[in-house]
Design a protein around this ligand. Structure first.
Ligand code: PLP
Length: 361
């Protein structure tokens, strides 16, 4: 079968990414290789690199191919977004090394760096990355990595990736692309060295699996990430890889619907007048706002489910300070208690607005 042209539109590429008909039966969707190991006709003789499923699995390879095609690099899949983050940081930074992280970011990323990796001697500087001069001042001669999250979780600030790259010196630049997805932003094309995803979110898209990915441009860096992937072993199971890969096939239509709903809901919240700091980055379904009754509102919606996570077809509501971002309390990344974060799903915008109207009162 011929290849999809590399310059095909993203709508075409997400549908076909990583999919080759099965060579034995022609099944259009590849089999789920639910196996831990592979029969060897002779010791050390096996197909490609399939000797044991921690090291490689065909269902995982198909997903990795898809992610690589969409982000324009070489992908490795992980059992969660945090496992992917851990793998990239430990692949590029060593004890005594230094990294730069944003001052608003997913709480789990901060917890990994501040509570785990510092115990192994890693140093970090937190900086508001919307201020590129401040970012440049934070980069040291020994900075191994600049960690960028854009849009940020939960305050939805947008960082100029190319601007960070221009000020990165010798440091590598990694972008957590979970909120934007390759439909809206392809960081490797903007000069970043690595992209990280929580595939749990928009890529999977159905709130039914937890996973992560690292995608890099450079072959040597890919081998370093691969080494950690196999050595640490935080790999996704075949069924989870299948679910993320299936989710990716509708990514562009889902993102269009999320964007329509994000625009409509943020517009409504701005018009109300009793909400403040309404933020929507201009794409996707993530919206946040501040309201003195944040906790009551989050517990009063009917269509928006009160739950952590985001990026699924169903709408979710949460209060980051009490839920996803507890780990940044008492740090420079602490979030206000009256902040509400919405993940607008793909339901009808008017139903979502009516739900918020009832809940806010
Ligand atoms: C921006 C961002 N990055 C990384 C993660 C971690 O991903 P996971 O929960 O799949 O480990 C999350 C989780 O919410 C996130 O929002």
């Amino acid at each position: 079968m011929s290849e999809i042209p590399a310059d095909a539109d993203i709508a075409t590429r997400v549908v076909h990414a990583g999919l080759q008909p099965d060579p034995h039966y022609g099944s259009v969707i590849p089999a789920i290789h639910q196996t831990s190991t592979y029969a060897q006709p002779a010791p050390g003789s096996f197909v490609e690199d399939y000797d044991y499923s921690r090291s490689a699995n065909p269902t995982r390879s198909a997903l990795e191919t898809a992610l690589g095609e969409l982000e324009g690099g070489l992908a490795s899949a992980f059992s969660s977004g945090m496992a992917a983050t851990h793998a990239l940081i430990t692949a590029v930074a060593a004890a005594g090394g230094h990294i730069v992280i944003p001052s608003d970011l997913y709480g789990g990323t901060y917890r990994l760096v501040d509570k785990v990796l510092t115990r192994w001697g890693l140093e970090y500087t937190m900086v508001d990355q919307t201020d590129l001069d401040a970012l440049q001042a934070a980069v040291r001669g020994d900075t191994a990595l600049i960690w960028v999250e854009t849009p940020t979780n939960p305050t939805l600030n947008v960082v100029d990736i190319a601007g960070v790259v221009a000020r990165s010196g010798a440091a590598l630049v990694a972008v957590d692309n979970t909120f934007a997805t390759p439909v809206n932003q392809q960081p490797l094309k903007l000069g970043a060295d690595a992209v990280v995803h929580s595939t749990t979110k928009y890529l999977g898209g159905h709130s039914d699996t937890v996973g992560g990915a690292v995608v890099v441009r450079d072959g040597a860096l890919h081998q370093q990430v691969r080494f950690v992937q196999n050595a640490i072993g935080a790999v996704p199971g075949p069924m989870d890889c299948f679910l993320v890969h299936r989710g990716i096939r509708t990514l562009h239509v889902r993102m269009r619907a999320h964007t329509e709903n994000g625009a409509a809901v943020s517009g409504y919240l701005r018009e109300r007048g009793d909400t403040s700091h309404v933020c929507w980055p201009g794409f996707g379904g993530m919206v946040c706002f501040r309201h003195p009754d944040a906790v009551r509102i989050a517990g009063s919606t009917a269509i928006f489910t009160l739950a952590e996570s985001l990026g699924g077809v169903e709408s979710l509501i949460e209060v980051p300070q009490a839920m996803t971002h507890q780990s940044v309390e008492d740090s420079d990344a602490a979030v206000p208690a009256d902040l509400v974060r919405l993940s607008c799903g793909i339901e009808s915008a008017s139903d979502l607005i009516a739900d918020l109207r009832r809940a806010i009162g």
